[in-house]
Write a protein that binds this ligand. Sequence first.
Ligand SMILES: Cc1ncc(COP(=O)(O)O)c(C=O)c1O
Length: 364
Amino acid sequence: MKILELDTPVLTIDADALDRNIERMKDMTAAAGIQYRPHAKTHKSAIIARMQTEAGAIGVCCAKLGEAEVMAAAGIDNILITTAVIGESKIGRLMHARNQAQIAVVADNDDNIDMLGRIAQLSGQKLDVVVEIDIGQGRCGVPPGPEAARLAKIIDDHGWLNFTGLQGYQGKIQMVTDTGERRTATETGLDLFAATIADVENAGLKVRIKTGGGTGTSPFDLDRGLLTELQTGSYVFMDSRYRGIGWPGANEPPFEQSLHILTSVVSKPAPDRVIVDAGLKSASSDHGPPMIADVEGRIYEFGGDEHGIIRMADGGEVPWTIGDKLRLIPSHCDTTVNLYDQFMVVQGDSVVDVWPIDTRGKTQ
Ligand SMILES: Cc1ncc(COP(=O)(O)O)c(C=O)c1O
């Protein structure tokens, strides 16, 4: 089947660009001597997770327990859940999934650690726990420093928990446009991370995993060499926000756009605008509207749940007609992927495969 024969709106992955992105991350981390544990919250696909582990990733990160359950059942055997798992019912599920894979989870408070320990004991399996530190995000995590060492000691002293390491991730600096500012913000966070590692080690504990970093900070995380593993997610697909920020070197992103929304013109009510079938339910809006790929001078705006409106930047006639198909670049890949059930995998102008988006909607 040819791409242009696909019904729309549909999410496509360029197989060759995806392969090159996976290979590039492998090369970048290998050159820096750092491991990588890509974040599966981006692609939500067991097939892509397997491609990453086959390319040398030590495992994957999952944002939610529900994602980890699916990945573990699909045979991904080394998983870090990067948000806390709270409450008896979820920790029970966690220990059940732990039968299928090596799973570690982050924690940032005594009550959660206590409950993780009690339920691990009931299930008869030890659980790996990573202490989350807040290195600047202002979200979860203990403040860097002695508080992290205190929690690490509690975990280490517990017979059913293993203190495995520290996580520090700053989402809000990933897309700082100015390359120098982003480098400085990365360094500042990593300084706090380094000081916390020292505190934990001074308490007599080994910090085996030092985990964090995203696509935007990856060049600087790799330069610094403090982390033992990178959690980059978006690099597999990229999006217009990530494409628009500055990058070190030639100012070109090291990763290619592999993800697109294919959409069709469904109406041309006036010469200066066409209406396409991808609206708010086909392209996430949290980072603004998608961009139009392949051509210049055309602007997309959301026209409602099911519609997008495209005009020429100069107000002239739009050179498209009903039935024409065009590609959009999502503004935010993670949240756009979560709107679809499957990826159409394309190569050249042909559709070569269909991959399920296995953890779509797995928010619990
Ligand atoms: C904890 C954590 N680590 C890593 C990532 C991956 O970041 P990116 O998609 O920017 O590479 C995310 C994304 O939100 C995250 O929440």
